[in-house]
Ligand binder design. Structure first.
Ligand code: 5AD
Ligand code: SF4
Length: 442
């Protein structure tokens, strides 16, 4: 009765958390299985960022009901942001859920699983913490390719963007001891990993203070980059309001810090940005883009955007399209606004953009971005990149795929190359999403 199956939804942070959960439970004698049919417990690590993320989980729970009828011993638990948002109410609404555990309460899991099994009770642990960073837990790398891994460097968020549920589901911001981060990265490198991604909701506000020293995010990046030139370092996500020149300087200095910045813009309209409580305007944002390009002309830039936030006018939507034309993002995550309970928007603003208008605005952004991405990629043809090979192409066994420093996927004929190697690839063609290349044999 000790087999667990973990299913993860949502952001990279959630995937990193699932690896902590696996580690905590393995220590107590549980086994992580990759076939759900073998599971005694199914743990679903959930996302609450938009309503459709939650609907997806509800649908999954209905599917799991049939499975529970065949295996009455199966226990289902909800972890993560939806657990935190709905707490024990979730077990009332979803009868087949036996336990609900929030992002700061994972250490309680062994205890909860035992209680649920032995005493036949239901359990909810959703207390948030101001100190928990799981810094002493060595994550079990789930579904890993042995090449790249996530390292969570901070937890929580207190920016309180008006639309966002995260401050309520993940609690106050807190940074993790840099020594534990560097040693986790070093240990991954020793095991053969070639790439680490440092994760936090807002990595630029990473800060670790002791009596006689202080480490900020730029300093932390430098320390991780120093481990080896053969270890690539990435990070996500930055907030435009505190993207510092110091960080850009450090990024430019180290070849192994990947030249890719995810800088969520959310809107191109100053009125929207103010209403969203983003603490920057379009001029500030464009200044940060100019700074990135000054320090690293070859840096790729990606973003998040929300279509149809409360009271957004047609003109303001056009400003977002203009922003996309000016920045020319390499990739964008594009969303329709979804009103979330308890947020500032829900308490004080009106979700008055009709759904069909949101959809149309989103489609316009998607179409424009598709065009820009293709044009950007066409400019890559003829260039040679160092590519970290990740695995076989999904379409053909004869081809491999990897990424360049800019995080663009490049597909090429495999020859004698193996995943995990660095190779030089010349770009010969492209689609909007992928570069097609030829291996350089110099
Ligand atoms: N509705 C739509 N998109 C949202 N995001 C966050 N909250 C919402 C919401 N309520 C988007 C933002 C954020 C990304 C992770 O999700 O663009 O950067
Ligand atoms: Fe990640 Fe936010 Fe979704 Fe939570 S709500 S899983 S922090 S994206």
């Amino acid at each position: 009765m000790k087999n667990i199956y973990i299913e993860t939804y949502g952001c990279q942070m959630n995937f990193a958390d699932s690896e902590i959960v696996a580690s905590l439970l393995q220590k107590e004698g549980y086994t992580v299985v990759s076939d759900i049919a073998e599971a005694d417990y199914v743990l679903i690590n959930t996302c609450a960022i938009r309503d459709n993320a939650e609907q997806r989980i509800r649908k999954r729970l209905r599917e799991l009901r049939a499975m529970q009828q065949r295996h009455p011993q199966l226990r289902i638990g909800i972890l993560g942001c939806m657990a935190e948002r709905l707490q024990s109410q979730l077990m009332v609404e979803e009868e087949n859920v036996s336990f609900v555990v929030g992002p700061d309460a994972y250490r309680r899991l062994p205890d909860i699983l035992a209680r649920v099994r032995e005493q036949g009770v239901k359990a909810a642990e959703t207390e948030l913490s101001i100190t928990e960073t799981y810094s002493d837990i060595e994550p079990v790398r789930l579904g890993s390719n042995g090449i790249s891994a996530y390292i969570s460097i901070m937890r929580g968020c207190q920016n309180y963007c008006a639309y966002c549920v995260v401050p309520y589901t993940r609690g106050r911001e807190r940074s993790r001891d840099p020594e534990t981060i560097v040693s986790e990265a070093q240990s991954l490198f020793n095991q053969g990993y070639k790439e680490v991604t440092l994760l936090g909701q807002n990595v630029n506000s990473y800060r670790w203070k002791t009596d006689n020293s202080e480490v900020g995010f730029a300093g932390l990046m430098a320390r991780v980059a120093e481990i080896s030139p053969l270890l690539r370092v990435r990070f996500a996500t930055s907030h435009p309001k505190d993207l510092s020149d110091r960080l850009l300087e450090v990024m430019a200095h180290y070849d192994n810090i990947c030249k890719c910045i995810h800088l969520p813009v959310q809107s191109g309209s100053d009125r929207m940005l103010k209403l969203m409580n983003r603490h920057y305007d379009s001029a500030w944002y464009l200044d940060r883009i100019a700074a990135i390009r000054r320090y690293m002309p070859d840096c790729s830039i990606t973003t998040d955007v929300i279509a149809g936030f409360c009271t957004e006018t047609e003109e303001e939507h056009q400003m977002t399209l203009d922003m996309f034309r000016r920045v020319r993002y390499d990739y964008a995550y594009m969303f329709k606004f979804s009103m979330r309970p308890n947020t500032y928007a829900e308490k004080h603003l009106h979700d008055d953009v009709p759904d069909e208008v949101k959809t149309r605005r989103l489609e316009e952004i998607i179409a424009l971005q598709g065009q820009i991405a293709l044009e950007n990629n066409r400019r890559e043809v003829g260039k040679v990149y160092e590519v970290l090979v990740e695995g076989e192409s999904h379409r053909s066994k004869e081809r491999l795929f990897g990424r360049n420093s800019q995080n663009k996927v490049i597909v090429f004929d495999r020859h004698e190359v193996l995943p995990g190697q660095y190779v030089k690839v010349k770009v010969v063609d492209c689609t909007a999403a992928t570069l097609l290349g030829e291996l350089c044999t110099q």
